[in-house]
Ligand binder design. Structure first.
Ligand SMILES: Nc1ncnc2c1ncn2[C@@H]1O[C@H](COP(=O)(O)OP(=O)(O)OP(=O)(O)O)[C@@H](O)[C@H]1O
Ligand SMILES: [Mg+2]
Length: 271
Protein backbone atom coordinates (compact mmCIF):
# COMPACT_ATOMS: atom_id res chain seq x y z
CA UNK A 1 0.00 0.00 0.00
CA UNK A 2 -0.59 2.55 -1.45
CA UNK A 3 -0.97 2.57 -5.25
CA UNK A 4 -0.09 5.84 -6.95
CA UNK A 5 -0.68 6.40 -10.67
CA UNK A 6 0.95 9.04 -12.85
CA UNK A 7 -1.25 9.75 -15.86
CA UNK A 8 -2.29 12.37 -18.40
CA UNK A 9 -4.66 12.74 -21.30
CA UNK A 10 -1.69 14.29 -23.13
CA UNK A 11 1.54 12.72 -24.37
CA UNK A 12 5.06 14.06 -23.94
CA UNK A 13 4.20 16.14 -20.87
CA UNK A 14 6.74 14.57 -18.49
CA UNK A 15 4.88 11.63 -16.90
CA UNK A 16 7.86 9.29 -17.11
CA UNK A 17 10.32 11.98 -16.01
CA UNK A 18 8.22 12.83 -12.97
CA UNK A 19 7.51 9.18 -12.10
CA UNK A 20 11.24 8.41 -12.08
CA UNK A 21 12.11 11.48 -10.00
CA UNK A 22 9.27 11.00 -7.52
CA UNK A 23 10.21 7.33 -7.11
CA UNK A 24 13.89 8.17 -6.51
CA UNK A 25 13.15 11.11 -4.21
CA UNK A 26 10.78 9.01 -2.09
CA UNK A 27 13.29 6.13 -1.97
CA UNK A 28 15.98 8.58 -0.82
CA UNK A 29 13.68 9.60 2.04
CA UNK A 30 13.39 6.03 3.27
CA UNK A 31 10.22 4.87 1.50
CA UNK A 32 10.22 1.45 -0.15
CA UNK A 33 9.23 2.14 -3.74
CA UNK A 34 8.25 -0.20 -6.56
CA UNK A 35 7.93 1.67 -9.87
CA UNK A 36 5.95 -0.10 -12.59
CA UNK A 37 5.86 0.85 -16.27
CA UNK A 38 2.48 0.41 -18.01
CA UNK A 39 3.68 2.10 -21.19
CA UNK A 40 4.88 -0.07 -24.12
CA UNK A 41 7.45 2.62 -24.92
CA UNK A 42 9.30 0.90 -22.06
CA UNK A 43 11.13 4.14 -21.21
CA UNK A 44 10.88 4.31 -17.41
CA UNK A 45 13.81 1.86 -17.13
CA UNK A 46 16.07 4.30 -19.02
CA UNK A 47 15.29 7.11 -16.54
CA UNK A 48 16.17 4.72 -13.69
CA UNK A 49 19.51 3.71 -15.18
CA UNK A 50 18.62 0.23 -16.55
CA UNK A 51 20.58 -0.73 -19.66
CA UNK A 52 18.83 -0.26 -23.01
CA UNK A 53 19.98 -3.82 -23.81
CA UNK A 54 17.91 -5.21 -20.91
CA UNK A 55 14.61 -5.98 -22.64
CA UNK A 56 12.99 -7.97 -19.84
CA UNK A 57 9.83 -6.76 -18.18
CA UNK A 58 6.43 -7.46 -16.68
CA UNK A 59 3.53 -6.21 -18.84
CA UNK A 60 5.03 -7.60 -22.04
CA UNK A 61 4.78 -11.11 -20.51
CA UNK A 62 1.51 -10.65 -18.63
CA UNK A 63 -0.33 -13.40 -20.47
CA UNK A 64 2.26 -15.93 -19.32
CA UNK A 65 1.00 -15.26 -15.76
CA UNK A 66 4.53 -15.53 -14.37
CA UNK A 67 5.58 -14.25 -10.97
CA UNK A 68 6.06 -10.45 -11.09
CA UNK A 69 8.97 -10.74 -8.66
CA UNK A 70 11.02 -12.41 -11.38
CA UNK A 71 10.78 -9.26 -13.53
CA UNK A 72 11.98 -6.88 -10.78
CA UNK A 73 15.08 -4.82 -11.43
CA UNK A 74 16.99 -3.24 -8.52
CA UNK A 75 18.07 0.21 -9.64
CA UNK A 76 20.92 2.47 -8.51
CA UNK A 77 18.33 4.88 -7.10
CA UNK A 78 17.04 2.47 -4.45
CA UNK A 79 13.85 1.95 -6.45
CA UNK A 80 12.64 -1.51 -7.46
CA UNK A 81 11.44 -1.46 -11.04
CA UNK A 82 9.06 -3.53 -13.13
CA UNK A 83 9.84 -2.43 -16.70
CA UNK A 84 7.20 -2.96 -19.40
CA UNK A 85 9.59 -5.12 -21.38
CA UNK A 86 10.17 -5.30 -25.11
CA UNK A 87 7.04 -6.03 -27.17
CA UNK A 88 6.35 -5.56 -30.87
CA UNK A 89 3.18 -3.67 -31.94
CA UNK A 90 1.11 -6.83 -32.52
CA UNK A 91 2.04 -8.09 -29.05
CA UNK A 92 1.10 -4.73 -27.49
CA UNK A 93 -2.34 -4.92 -29.12
CA UNK A 94 -2.78 -8.48 -27.82
CA UNK A 95 -1.86 -7.34 -24.31
CA UNK A 96 -4.37 -4.46 -24.50
CA UNK A 97 -7.12 -6.81 -25.70
CA UNK A 98 -6.32 -9.35 -22.99
CA UNK A 99 -6.43 -6.62 -20.32
CA UNK A 100 -9.72 -5.20 -21.60
CA UNK A 101 -11.25 -8.70 -21.38
CA UNK A 102 -9.63 -9.67 -18.10
CA UNK A 103 -8.50 -6.72 -15.92
CA UNK A 104 -7.53 -9.25 -13.22
CA UNK A 105 -4.54 -10.21 -15.32
CA UNK A 106 -2.85 -7.06 -14.00
CA UNK A 107 -5.07 -6.19 -11.03
CA UNK A 108 -4.40 -9.51 -9.24
CA UNK A 109 -0.59 -9.26 -9.19
CA UNK A 110 -0.86 -5.58 -8.21
CA UNK A 111 -3.25 -6.51 -5.40
CA UNK A 112 -0.57 -8.91 -4.20
CA UNK A 113 2.08 -6.15 -4.32
CA UNK A 114 -0.21 -3.89 -2.29
CA UNK A 115 -0.56 -6.50 0.46
CA UNK A 116 2.94 -5.47 1.55
CA UNK A 117 2.05 -2.63 3.96
CA UNK A 118 5.46 -0.98 3.55
CA UNK A 119 5.63 -1.01 -0.22
CA UNK A 120 4.59 2.01 -2.22
CA UNK A 121 3.68 1.16 -5.82
CA UNK A 122 4.09 3.98 -8.31
CA UNK A 123 2.90 3.40 -11.88
CA UNK A 124 3.77 5.30 -15.05
CA UNK A 125 1.14 5.10 -17.76
CA UNK A 126 0.91 5.74 -21.50
CA UNK A 127 -0.80 8.94 -22.67
CA UNK A 128 -4.60 8.93 -22.89
CA UNK A 129 -6.88 5.98 -22.19
CA UNK A 130 -5.18 2.68 -21.51
CA UNK A 131 -6.53 -0.78 -20.72
CA UNK A 132 -3.63 -1.33 -18.30
CA UNK A 133 -4.35 1.78 -16.23
CA UNK A 134 -8.13 1.19 -16.41
CA UNK A 135 -7.67 -2.27 -14.94
CA UNK A 136 -6.14 -0.61 -11.87
CA UNK A 137 -8.78 2.14 -11.39
CA UNK A 138 -10.46 0.38 -8.43
CA UNK A 139 -7.09 0.00 -6.67
CA UNK A 140 -5.61 3.47 -7.15
CA UNK A 141 -5.19 5.52 -3.98
CA UNK A 142 -3.69 8.66 -5.49
CA UNK A 143 -3.55 9.90 -9.07
CA UNK A 144 -1.01 12.47 -10.25
CA UNK A 145 -2.07 14.09 -13.52
CA UNK A 146 0.66 15.86 -15.48
CA UNK A 147 -0.13 18.80 -17.77
CA UNK A 148 1.80 21.55 -19.51
CA UNK A 149 1.19 25.29 -19.26
CA UNK A 150 -0.17 25.45 -22.80
CA UNK A 151 -3.51 25.93 -24.52
CA UNK A 152 -4.16 22.21 -25.00
CA UNK A 153 -3.69 21.53 -21.32
CA UNK A 154 -5.89 24.50 -20.37
CA UNK A 155 -8.73 23.06 -22.45
CA UNK A 156 -8.43 19.70 -20.62
CA UNK A 157 -8.62 21.06 -17.08
CA UNK A 158 -12.43 20.71 -16.67
CA UNK A 159 -12.10 17.06 -17.77
CA UNK A 160 -9.45 16.50 -15.10
CA UNK A 161 -11.75 17.89 -12.40
CA UNK A 162 -14.72 15.79 -13.56
CA UNK A 163 -12.66 12.71 -14.34
CA UNK A 164 -14.13 12.58 -17.84
CA UNK A 165 -10.68 12.09 -19.34
CA UNK A 166 -10.82 8.63 -17.76
CA UNK A 167 -14.48 7.84 -18.40
CA UNK A 168 -17.80 8.13 -16.54
CA UNK A 169 -19.54 6.83 -13.45
CA UNK A 170 -19.09 6.72 -9.70
CA UNK A 171 -15.80 4.82 -9.75
CA UNK A 172 -14.27 7.45 -12.03
CA UNK A 173 -15.75 10.34 -10.01
CA UNK A 174 -14.23 8.84 -6.87
CA UNK A 175 -10.86 8.63 -8.62
CA UNK A 176 -11.17 12.19 -9.94
CA UNK A 177 -11.62 13.40 -6.37
CA UNK A 178 -8.26 11.82 -5.53
CA UNK A 179 -6.48 13.42 -8.49
CA UNK A 180 -3.75 16.00 -8.09
CA UNK A 181 -2.22 17.97 -10.93
CA UNK A 182 1.35 18.97 -11.73
CA UNK A 183 2.06 21.61 -14.33
CA UNK A 184 5.39 20.64 -15.90
CA UNK A 185 7.82 22.51 -18.16
CA UNK A 186 6.62 25.86 -16.84
CA UNK A 187 8.35 28.97 -18.21
CA UNK A 188 8.17 31.78 -15.69
CA UNK A 189 7.46 35.20 -17.15
CA UNK A 190 6.24 33.93 -20.54
CA UNK A 191 2.72 35.30 -21.19
CA UNK A 192 0.88 32.10 -22.19
CA UNK A 193 2.31 29.83 -19.47
CA UNK A 194 1.59 32.50 -16.85
CA UNK A 195 -2.03 32.83 -18.10
CA UNK A 196 -2.47 29.03 -18.11
CA UNK A 197 -1.12 28.80 -14.56
CA UNK A 198 -3.57 31.50 -13.44
CA UNK A 199 -6.38 29.49 -15.03
CA UNK A 200 -5.09 26.29 -13.37
CA UNK A 201 -5.18 27.85 -9.91
CA UNK A 202 -8.82 28.91 -10.53
CA UNK A 203 -10.03 25.71 -12.22
CA UNK A 204 -8.09 23.11 -10.25
CA UNK A 205 -8.01 24.77 -6.82
CA UNK A 206 -6.55 22.42 -4.20
CA UNK A 207 -5.89 19.80 -6.91
CA UNK A 208 -2.90 21.80 -8.17
CA UNK A 209 -0.09 20.11 -6.26
CA UNK A 210 2.95 21.68 -7.88
CA UNK A 211 4.70 23.35 -10.78
CA UNK A 212 7.98 22.18 -12.33
CA UNK A 213 10.11 24.56 -14.41
CA UNK A 214 11.16 23.83 -17.98
CA UNK A 215 14.85 23.18 -17.51
CA UNK A 216 17.44 21.81 -19.96
CA UNK A 217 19.06 20.03 -17.00
CA UNK A 218 16.19 17.48 -17.10
CA UNK A 219 17.06 16.29 -20.61
CA UNK A 220 20.81 16.51 -19.94
CA UNK A 221 20.40 14.32 -16.83
CA UNK A 222 18.51 11.67 -18.81
CA UNK A 223 21.20 11.67 -21.51
CA UNK A 224 23.85 10.95 -18.86
CA UNK A 225 21.79 8.36 -16.91
CA UNK A 226 21.28 10.67 -13.94
CA UNK A 227 18.28 12.04 -12.10
CA UNK A 228 18.04 15.51 -10.58
CA UNK A 229 17.81 14.22 -7.03
CA UNK A 230 20.86 15.94 -5.59
CA UNK A 231 19.18 19.30 -5.11
CA UNK A 232 19.93 22.53 -6.97
CA UNK A 233 17.75 25.17 -8.55
CA UNK A 234 15.16 25.02 -11.34
CA UNK A 235 13.42 21.72 -12.04
CA UNK A 236 15.53 19.88 -9.41
CA UNK A 237 14.27 22.18 -6.67
CA UNK A 238 10.70 22.04 -8.00
CA UNK A 239 10.67 18.24 -8.04
CA UNK A 240 12.00 18.10 -4.47
CA UNK A 241 9.26 20.53 -3.41
CA UNK A 242 6.71 18.43 -5.33
CA UNK A 243 7.81 15.22 -3.55
CA UNK A 244 7.44 16.94 -0.15
CA UNK A 245 4.00 18.30 -1.09
CA UNK A 246 2.97 14.84 -2.25
CA UNK A 247 4.06 13.24 1.04
CA UNK A 248 2.15 15.86 3.06
CA UNK A 249 -1.00 15.74 0.92
CA UNK A 250 -1.21 11.95 0.86
CA UNK A 251 0.09 11.48 4.42
CA UNK A 252 2.50 8.83 3.12
CA UNK A 253 4.01 6.79 5.91
CA UNK A 254 7.57 5.49 5.91
CA UNK A 255 8.22 1.85 6.84
CA UNK A 256 7.67 1.56 10.59
CA UNK A 257 5.54 4.74 10.90
CA UNK A 258 2.22 4.00 12.54
CA UNK A 259 -1.17 4.35 10.87
CA UNK A 260 -3.62 6.60 12.70
CA UNK A 261 -7.42 6.35 12.60
CA UNK A 262 -9.24 4.11 10.11
CA UNK A 263 -11.65 1.28 10.77
CA UNK A 264 -9.54 -1.50 12.24
CA UNK A 265 -12.12 -4.31 11.88
CA UNK A 266 -12.42 -3.71 8.13
CA UNK A 267 -8.77 -4.69 7.66
CA UNK A 268 -9.55 -8.06 9.20
CA UNK A 269 -12.91 -8.62 7.45
CA UNK A 270 -11.44 -7.79 4.05
CA UNK A 271 -8.42 -10.03 4.46
N1 LIG B 1 10.70 20.04 -16.63
C1 LIG B 1 11.22 19.72 -17.81
N2 LIG B 1 12.08 20.57 -18.43
C2 LIG B 1 12.61 20.25 -19.64
N3 LIG B 1 12.36 19.12 -20.31
C3 LIG B 1 11.53 18.23 -19.74
C4 LIG B 1 10.92 18.48 -18.46
N4 LIG B 1 10.12 17.42 -18.17
C5 LIG B 1 10.25 16.55 -19.20
N5 LIG B 1 11.09 17.04 -20.13
C6 LIG B 1 11.44 16.40 -21.42
O1 LIG B 1 10.25 16.28 -22.16
C7 LIG B 1 10.27 15.09 -22.93
C8 LIG B 1 9.04 14.26 -22.59
O2 LIG B 1 9.14 13.82 -21.25
P1 LIG B 1 8.58 12.40 -20.82
O3 LIG B 1 9.05 11.33 -21.72
O4 LIG B 1 8.84 12.27 -19.37
O5 LIG B 1 7.02 12.66 -21.08
P2 LIG B 1 5.84 11.60 -21.08
O6 LIG B 1 4.62 12.32 -20.67
O7 LIG B 1 6.22 10.43 -20.26
O8 LIG B 1 5.76 11.19 -22.60
P3 LIG B 1 4.88 10.00 -23.25
O9 LIG B 1 3.48 10.52 -23.31
O10 LIG B 1 5.50 9.78 -24.59
O11 LIG B 1 5.01 8.83 -22.32
C9 LIG B 1 11.58 14.38 -22.60
O12 LIG B 1 12.53 14.71 -23.59
C10 LIG B 1 11.97 14.98 -21.26
O13 LIG B 1 13.38 14.97 -21.05
MG1 LIG C 1 6.18 8.40 -20.75
Amino acid sequence: MPLIAVASPKGGVGKTTLTAHLAALLAAKGYRVLAMDLDPQNALRLHLGVSIRDEGGFLAHLSERGNWRQSLRHTDFGVQLLPYGAADPAEVLDIQTALAQDPGLLAEPVREMLKDPELLVLVDSPPGPSAALASLYPLIDHMLVVLLADGGSASLMPQIVSGRFMGRGSLIERLAEKSMVVINQFERGAPLPEAVLDLATKTLGHRLLGVVARDAAVMEALASKRLLTEGGRGAAEDMAVLADAFIRRTQLRRPGERRSGGFSALNEWGA
